[in-house]
Design a protein around this ligand. Structure first.
Ligand code: ATP
Ligand code: MG
Length: 439
């Protein structure tokens, strides 16, 4: 992408309405634009990051055996009346009437609807286990939308729903999602800790929240320090195998959010030098809720003994749009965002320090063409802005690698490459540069 033809509306001033660093940086780097309280338009750079996160989540859901669908944002109220949640959900639910006076709502979550889909088609235990997921916009009319996309009213969520014949099956499905979550967050370059949690309006009796540690987080967390350093299962993890040992290894160590925290247990189970009491951001939550929806909605299957039983369910959410902010909270410095490579909007930036100079233009064009042909996402700053402004913008938007090309270096046959994260600089020839980034 040539910057001269791109749409990258960076701001010089720090927006005064933003209270936390990720919100400030998202506005300054031109990632989002607020259209109403808690409702944002995604600008090109932000949208690229959002899509990268969505894709990582999709790959890990698929790897764990979940199947992608897409349910609508608008739902009929009838489904929610069947489960009793229409009245229970309260003012957080955005209720709408169509021209025929039929009640609709903008979905805050999809347990009711997915259970309706399930019961329409699945009749036998032989079709189980089943896990259906989608990534779709949700609306929750939060009392206090704040911190930008971290607590929006409209936000993008991946939500998966598992259906099993019995409790043991449901537990296996829960464990698959637990492991898939560990993998997905690690691939995004962030460290998350699964914490025992309250089940809230989703209901049920087993739940974990996945928390990224950050001082600006809204949750208070208590956990065992060793949880921070546990290795995450690799790509070769077998989702058909028993995953209980991987889960147990973690759940045996104390980790709880403040709403279920037990101070006495924390002190008994965790030695003083291993006690972590910190703040964190919830980026995902998984629930086992059993028959909470299948009983009222009559979502039953015929078991091996010929009897109809309500299925055992779970639901599994990831805050895809919240993650954009959470990753920035975990990865930035004074100059701006430091994207982890797997979610960066571009892999490499090329900075032309003297646009219009024949030799400099030629070298930049060659790098840009060859790296693009090799499949890298390259942002080429071909504008005639001052070098100082170019450096500042590239640092602000956080592209992991910068290739700086100017006439002085080219006289010696070199360009400068800079790693955004460490600031480390190196001088390489044109050929070496292309070689390094073209793989
Ligand atoms: P919170 O406690 O932060 O309000 P929640 O527990 O109500 O979230 P869930 O129902 O567990 O949210 O939704 C799954 C995920 O969706 C959350 O883990 C979070 O990452 C994301 N999420 C929830 N509410 C919002 C919101 N208002 N804005 C952005 N993301 C959200
Ligand atoms: Mg939650």
């Amino acid at each position: 992408m040539r910057l001269s033809r791109y749409f990258l509306p960076v701001l010089k001033e720090t927006p005064s309405e933003a209270q936390i660093v990720s919100h400030r940086l998202m506005l300054r780097a031109g990632l989002i634009r607020q259209e109403a309280a808690g409702i944002y338009a995604w600008l090109p750079l932000g949208f690229r990051v959002l899509q990268k996160i969505e894709q990582i989540v999709r790959e890990e859901m698929n790897r764990a055996g979940a199947i992608e669908i897409l349910m609508p944002t608008l739902q009929p109220s009838d489904l929610w009346k069947e489960t009793g949640r229409y009245d229970a959900y309260g003012p957080e639910m955005l209720r709408i009437k169509d021209r025929h006076d039929r009640e609709l709502l903008y979905g805050p979550t999809n347990e009711d609807m997915v259970t309706e889909i399930f019961r329409a088609y699945v009749k036998s235990y032989k079709q189980l286990p089943l896990n259906l997921y989608h990534t779709q916009w949700k609306f929750r009319d939060e009392v206090r939308p704040r911190f930008g996309v971290m607590r929006g009213r409209e936000f993008l969520m991946k939500d998966a729903y598992s259906f099993d014949l019995d409790k043991e099956g449901a537990r296996r499905s829960y464990n698959k999602m637990y492991v898939a979550y560990l993998r997905a967050f690690t691939r995004m370059g962030i460290k998350t800790i699964p914490m025992r949690a309250e089940t809230g309006p989703i209901g049920g009796d087993l739940s974990h929240e996945f928390i990224v540690l950050a001082d600006t987080g809204e949750s208070e967390v208590f956990c065992h320090k060793d949880l921070l350093d546990m290795p995450v299962p690799g790509e070769d993890v077998d989702f058909d195998a028993d995953l209980e040992p991987i889960v147990r290894q973690r759940t045996e160590l104390y980790a709880a959010t403040s709403d279920v925290h037990e101070a006495a247990r924390f002190e008994r189970e965790v030695p003083p030098d291993k006690r972590v009491n910190a703040r964190g951001i919830e980026v995902g939550q998984i629930f086992y809720f059993g028959t909470k929806y299948s009983v009222p909605m009559k979502a039953t299957v015929t078991g091996p003994d010929g009897k109809d039983v309500p299925i055992e369910g779970g639901s599994y959410g990831i805050g895809v749009s919240r993650l954009v902010g959470a990753i920035i909270e975990a990865s930035h410095d004074d100059a701006g965002i430091v994207w982890p490579e797997p979610v960066a909007p571009f892999d490499v930036a090329v900075l032309n320090l003297k646009a219009g100079d024949t030799a400099t233009d030629k070298a930049c064009e060659e790098i840009y063409a060859k790296l693009t042909a090799a499949g890298r996402d390259v942002l080429y700053d071909d504008t005639s802005d001052r070098p100082g402004a170019k450096f500042a913008t590239m640092d602000l938007i956080g592209i992991p690698h910068q290739i700086v090309v100017g006439p002085r270096g080219l006289e010696k046959g070199t360009v400068e490459i800079k790693v955004r994260k460490s600031g480390a600089k190196e001088e390489l020839s044109l050929a070496e540069t292309i070689n390094r980034f073209a793989k």
